[in-house]
Design a protein around this ligand. Structure first.
Ligand code: SF4
Ligand code: SF4
Ligand code: SF4
Length: 484
């Protein structure tokens, strides 16, 4: 851990993270913005470039997410994302911590365990692909964007009412899937400080939750002498009963045991375990980039996520930024035979062509592991490559369209308002002279990064990295051709 700097050593940062109020304030602003984006798409102008829902979601939010939040803060967006909030508040029957809501707040919903057979990211892979196949319409049509935003909100509420914790985030969210994948490259992590402290920790409140007594919430809150007319049901103030604890809180909403965290993928940085751990054993660290990739994944669903993201970046670059009008038309005209052909080719690139070439490359490499295990482990090298493909693609997309943000700020619904005097800001691409060098730098940097990751993954499983490096080199050449 010597190459880590612990942010939470600072009492200011630790207290700010332990308190629920700063995060709640950000949540409320985000939720208002999210609901406004839904309404703007439904009641505002149908012209995408003039509507808040398109401009703020697909240009401003996307730029911040892919160029700043994911590369530098990993799942930082999930820490402030409003989508799971209404469902979580309903599920808990509280907006703040358990001690504030009291024993009367039992929460609602069935609190079922998520089915074992679905405890993987295949549903996230499918939900992302569904959005990707309709992306040309989604990115340009405000009311479709609104419907998708609302559907995500209601799906999160529905799943919170049936399953325990944040099932939508963990298993279904199309955005959360790729943020989780790329969060492994970020220089930020949440980890325990001392493993031994966790081994001897009673009740594991970071996973099970801690009541005002410091005992696990689950199972005990309804049982005498705590609940059901016990201490927790007393009309006397809890402070008087000595029931307040600085560590009350909920068990990990992402169904992760923080004591066993070794990578960022499934930790939503919700900060709940910082609040519940009675031993102050959770830290937020600054660390080297891509530290999680030193230990390659062995999961095939995660390997395919890497292919889906890599292939989608290449296809988007061709469809949205390329000169091929017929391709654009095919992607836009959903339901036509041209669109079905586009969809088949899209899926073939992602599930057959890219993984096929990759498999052919590693087929003859020597290893004691099976081909499937090698495939999953070596696909780790595609994570930095895919991230930098998305950065290069997004630079182009965002800088070309960024001036719409100024106009939309003044007239978010396209109804002729001019709130800040920028409603008539003329469209012009920004920083056009630095675009090509910045994209080249991103792509070449991504290639070097993925080659180093391939070498580490290959040495971990004792095989050759050369075929993977050649694959990454070929993919980078295609992306350079598409973008420049
Ligand atoms: S997984 Fe999706 S819904 Fe959940 S916090 Fe992250 S982005 Fe938001
Ligand atoms: S992180 Fe804290 S609460 Fe969780 S097991 Fe370790 S010491 Fe206990
Ligand atoms: S409780 Fe801790 S481990 Fe679980 S998602 Fe929140 S921050 Fe991550």
């Amino acid at each position: 851990m010597s190459n880590r700097i612990e942010f939470t050593r600072s009492p200011f940062i630790k207290n700010a993270l332990k308190s629920r109020y700063p995060q709640l304030a950000v949540f409320i602003v985000m939720l208002i913005g999210y609901i406004f984006a839904i309404l703007a798409g439904l009641i505002g102008t149908p012209v995408g470039s003039r509507n808040f829902s398109i401009v703020f979601v697909w240009i401003a939010w996307w730029a911040i997410l892919i160029l700043v939040a994911v590369p530098f803060f990993g799942r930082g967006w999930c820490a402030v994302c409003p989508i799971p909030l209404p469902g979580e508040w309903l599920q808990r029957g509280a907006i703040l911590r358990p001690e504030r809501s009291g024993a009367k707040s039992k929460g609602r919903g069935l609190n079922l365990r998520w089915p074992k057979s679905l405890r993987n990211i295949w549903m996230q892979n499918i939900s992302f692909l569904l959005l990707a196949l309709f992306s040309s319409v989604l990115l340009t049509t405000p009311n479709i964007t609104s419907i998708v935003l609302a559907a995500m909100l209601f799906a999160a509420i529905g799943l919170s009412m049936v399953f325990e914790r944040r099932a939508f985030c963990r298993y279904l969210c199309p955005v959360g899937g790729f943020i989780g994948l790329y969060s492994q490259t970020a220089p930020i992590e949440l980890r325990i400080k001392n493993k031994q402290v966790c081994v001897t920790c009673e009740g594991k409140p970071c996973y099970n939750g801690a009541s005002t007594l410091g005992f696990p919430l689950r199972g005990l809150r309804d049982t005498p002498p705590f609940g059901k007319r016990g201490l927790l049901d007393s009309p006397l103030p809890r402070r008087t009963l000595g029931l307040r604890s600085a560590n009350s809180g909920y068990g990990c909403p992402w169904d992760v045991f923080p004591g066993g965290l070794t990578k960022n993928t499934y930790c939503g940085l919700c900060m709940e375990c910082i609040r519940t751990c009675p031993h102050d054993n959770i830290a937020i660290n600054l660390r080297p980039f891509s530290a999680d990739l030193a230990k390659p994944s062995t999961r095939i669903d995660e390997a395919f996520k890497a292919f889906i993201m890599l292939g989608s970046a290449m296809i988007y670059a061709g469809v949205l930024l390329g000169p091929w009008g017929a391709l654009k038309d095919a992607a836009y005209n959903v339901g036509t035979s041209a669109w079905f052909t586009y969809a088949v080719v899209f899926l073939a690139i992602i599930f057959v062509i890219l993984p096929g070439f990759f498999t052919l490359g590693i087929l003859k490499t020597k290893s004691v592991l099976s081909l499937k295990q090698r495939f999953a482990s070596l696909a780790t090298a595609l994570i930095p490559l895919g991230l930098m493909f998305w950065v290069a693609f997004s630079l182009s997309f965002v800088l070309t369209n960024a001036t719409y943000i100024f106009a939309s700020l003044s007239d978010p619904l396209g109804l002729g308002w001019n709130l800040f005097g920028t409603a008539n800001a003329a469209w012009q691409p920004m920083l056009i002279s630095v675009l090509a060098p910045a994209q080249t730098l991103a792509l070449v940097g991504g290639l070097i990064w993925s080659a180093r990751t391939a070498q580490k993954a290959a040495s971990e499983i004792k095989t050759s990295s050369i075929p993977v490096i050649i694959f990454c080199f070929a993919a980078t050449l295609v992306m350079l051709w598409l973008l420049l």
